[in-house]
Design a binder for this molecule. Structure first.
Ligand SMILES: [Fe+2]
Length: 264
């Protein structure tokens, strides 16, 4: 039987192995406390040097992620490239070239509902992939009639592209959650057609950091312009995201609120 209200938690980019461990530790209790039916986590930076590795994916799934989405670092770690084809709950952006391993969307079961989860990547100030708009149209056409609620993680740099994407699919997707910038935006809203939206979920990473990376390295890169490799920052971690309340009978969003998970 369908739940009356479908609670969907989306969390922003996980930065580094410590952040993946943090979610393994903290997410189960949060999930239970907030009555989440389904959790989508963007895991694309969970490995030490960007991308996602096997260990990071295992930690996120063990912590309660139902689906892991990714983005421009989806194919960074060779070991995860090998996993992508067989994995059902690990997504890479749908608008990467079709011959690459993995899938960009899937339909999952939770709370008596069929949940369509899609992952696309923006193209403004990013790699020149094919259109995320066309990719999403294609997914909706292929999945038509097979889902009750639908969410898309649009992994993109430009705020305008993410807002335009949400407007284009307003009323056709239950929720659109932006990722990639690691900085949470305060524009949680339900659009006129009934799509819950936020431009960026933020991240799960070290609080004292530059986007989750060590401060001294990040500052030096800007000051010296040398290609010093980024390293994840140490210290207390927090995770930000959004909790969407969805009506599984209409597929519309009822409310969306910011979420922050901290060390206690
Ligand atoms: Fe990214």
């Amino acid at each position: 039987m369908k739940t009356q209200v479908f609670r969907l938690l989306c969390l922003g980019d996980v930065v580094g192995p410590d952040a993946a461990l943090f979610l393994r530790r903290r997410l189960p209790a949060f999930r239970q406390r907030s009555g989440c039916d389904f959790v989508v986590v963007n895991g694309e930076n969970a490995a030490r040097h960007n991308g996602l590795d096997r260990e990071g994916a295992q930690l996120l799934f063990a912590g309660g992620a139902d689906v892991i989405t990714t983005g421009n670092h989806a194919f960074r770690q060779k070991e995860i490239r090998e996993e992508l084809d067989g994995a059902t709950a690990l997504l890479r952006p749908a608008n990467f070239p079709g011959h690459l391993p993995g899938r960009g969307w899937g339909i999952y079961q939770a709370g008596g509902c069929r949940v369509l989860v899609a992952n696309v990547q923006g193209t403004l100030f990013m790699e020149a992939l094919s259109s995320p708009f066309e990719a999403m149209e294609k997914i909706l056409a292929e999945a038509a009639g097979r889902y009750d609620v639908a969410v898309c993680d649009i992994h993109a740099e430009a705020t305008a592209e993410k807002i335009a994407f949400a407007r284009r699919f307003d009323g056709r997707l239950s929720a659109v959650a932006g990722t990639h910038t690691h900085v949470p935006t305060a524009d949680h809203t339900v659009l006129p057609g009934g799509t819950g939206y936020v431009t960026d979920l933020g991240m799960c990473g070290a609080v004292e950091s530059v986007l989750g990376m060590a401060v001294d390295v990040a500052v030096a890169r800007f000051v010296d312009h040398l290609p010093t490799p980024y390293t994840p920052a140490k210290g207390a971690i927090a995770a930000t995201g959004a909790l969407f309340e969805l009506d599984p009978f209409s597929g519309k969003c009822l409310s969306v609120a910011p979420v922050k998970i901290e060390e206690t």
